[in-house]
Design a protein around this ligand. Sequence first.
Ligand SMILES: Cc1cc2nc3c(=O)[nH]c(=O)nc-3n(C[C@H](O)[C@H](O)[C@H](O)COP(=O)(O)OP(=O)(O)OC[C@H]3O[C@@H](n4cnc5c(N)ncnc54)[C@H](O)[C@@H]3O)c2cc1C
Length: 333
Amino acid sequence: MELKQSIFVYTEVEEGTLTKLSVELLGKARELAQSCSKAVIALVIGEHVREAAGQAIGYGADAAVVAEGPQFAGFDSILYARAVQQVIAAYTPSVFLLGATKDSRDIGGRVSAALQLGLVADVTGAEMKDGDDTVTWIRPAYTGKVFAAIRTKTRPQLATVGEGIFLHNASDPSRKGEIITAPLSLDGVTGKRRRTGFTAVAPEKMALSLENAEIIVGAGKGVGDKAGMEQVQAFAERIGAGFGVTKPLVDDGWISHDSQIGITGKKVAPKIYIALGISGALQHKLGIKDAKIIVAVNKDPDAPIFKFAHFGIVGDLFEAMPALEKRIKALQA
Ligand SMILES: Cc1cc2nc3c(=O)[nH]c(=O)nc-3n(C[C@H](O)[C@H](O)[C@H](O)COP(=O)(O)OP(=O)(O)OC[C@H]3O[C@@H](n4cnc5c(N)ncnc54)[C@H](O)[C@@H]3O)c2cc1C
């Protein structure tokens, strides 16, 4: 099998298993490979990753290139990025996909700068026309108001993709593929990690997580300030709902990223999503697309959220909250 000029997927492994996003990327790579007759190769880096490399083949890779060993215990962006660069030099891939995670974005940025490659971030679509090895990437621009089609001239064509964009990739355990040790020479490469001690801290347990809440209240920039956000949070608690926010609230440091809903946050699927002071940008919309019912409160009648909300209230969220609370509690009684 020809490994050169193929479609590489940089995979991530957690506790010996490929992450959900890595599986999604392999599925998309397989789909692209069908239109251009290229092989799909998974790149798997870590301390113990052979088993995950086998999983990658089941999920659509024709082969897996593995960089394994104690030097890869824990993520070190300098070391990992250097390994990726050497793999790119050895196999000259046509396409190189990474997840839009903290670690993979770090690798993508470093590799793009070191090899002078274009990088398309947070793509939501990718297409290859028969016989042509150039990918047309689709990504939102101008805070989601338009979708831009982008083609990169450099090779490999680097792109990052968030979770939940390319769904539905099932494993086929009968698939066969070679597992190859990556040709690396990292002697003398000094990583940036300086670990002096490490204690794992369990994430704070919330009574209602965004993953399991049947009702979620989402707060947007319309809350005004941190105190406004806390009023919405208290409202969520009173009606027994989970609480999430848009990215600007996290960017302002009002709440941790664990509470962010959207393309670079959590994807939620409650029965009811109550969006308070949220404009409805595409990056947020993609995080709530599986909500059964969306109720939006926004004082701007032209806010984009009203285009996809099932119920809308044009008005001030702080005035709407008491009325909503009364109505919801009456329904819950
Ligand atoms: C790469 C990238 C990734 C991103 N990822 C995410 C993501 O994961 N999640 C996310 O949410 N965003 C994400 N964003 C940001 C996204 O593009 C939007 O900027 C963001 O979602 C807007 O948040 P918002 O609706 O709270 O704020 P705004 O767009 O500022 O909207 C505030 C809304 O509140 C309304 N309002 C104001 N006062 C009141 C009031 N008193 N009562 C009622 N309504 C009021 C206004 O009319 C307005 O519509 C991302 C952006 C980029 C570029």
